[in-house]
Design a binder for this molecule. Structure first.
Ligand SMILES: [Zn+2]
Length: 207
């Protein structure tokens, strides 16, 4: 199994909606793992990278070959693994299992140590979560909705999160190139893009 580190450097706060509220105080919490640490789920990383790589393939068909439309499209690859398009080969589809596995990204070790130190000094402090209030806006009426104030939680910018991409088989140079370009082309991740959240710079190490 080949492993690569994928590093997310946050340039603004990050919010990946958990779909849960917290004790009636926070309406939109961001996803955390069982250790209560902010994470970017493997499925989010996979989805984002897949669509970024697909866009690149579409504009550089001579380099990466034709790619199918995926999901339930009539043209989806149903062939054996070696003959499917590069996107199905790497990320899988309902017919084939892809080469890659994505592990969630958590705060880098340095950030985790900083979070623990800060918690010792100030038991209620947190370096990994920030609260801000917002108001639901009607774009057509250009006004805010009444009684729609909400509080959302996000992970502060300037932090670094690290995840893992594992490959069952060695990657070809073309596959590595596509993944690296795909990662670099992603500029935003998570929700509340319109509020400027989730600006990110991504790099895959050793690829
Ligand atoms: Zn395909």
């Amino acid at each position: 199994m080949n492993e690569y580190i994928i590093r997310f450097h946050l340039m603004s706060n990050l919010h990946i909606g958990s779909g849960f509220s917290f004790m009636g105080l926070v309406d939109k919490t961001t996803i955390k793992n069982e250790k209560n640490m902010v994470v970017i789920p493997g499925s989010t990383i996979k989805g984002k990278l897949r669509s970024a790589c697909k866009k690149i393939c579409r504009s550089l068909e001579s380099e990466f070959g034709h790619v199918c439309d995926g999901k339930d499209s009539p043209g989806i690859c149903k062939k054996p693994l070696d003959e499917v398009c590069i996107i199905c080969r790497l990320f899988g589809s309902s017919y084939t299992e892809g080469k890659l596995l994505f592990r969630e990204a958590t705060l880098s070790l340095n950030e985790q140590k900083r979070a623990e130190m800060l918690l010792e000094l100030y038991p209620f402090a947190s370096v990994q979560s920030e609260l801000r209030s917002g108001n639901r806006i009607s774009r057509s009426l250009r006004t805010s909705y009444p009684k729609q104030l909400f509080v959302s939680e996000s992970c502060p910018g300037e932090l670094t999160l690290e995840g893992k991409i594992c490959s069952k088989e060695a990657l070809t140079e073309t596959e590595k190139r596509l993944l690296s370009w795909g990662a670099k082309s992603i500029l935003q991740i998570g929700g509340q893009k319109g509020r400027g959240l989730g600006r990110v710079s991504i790099a895959i190490e050793g690829i």
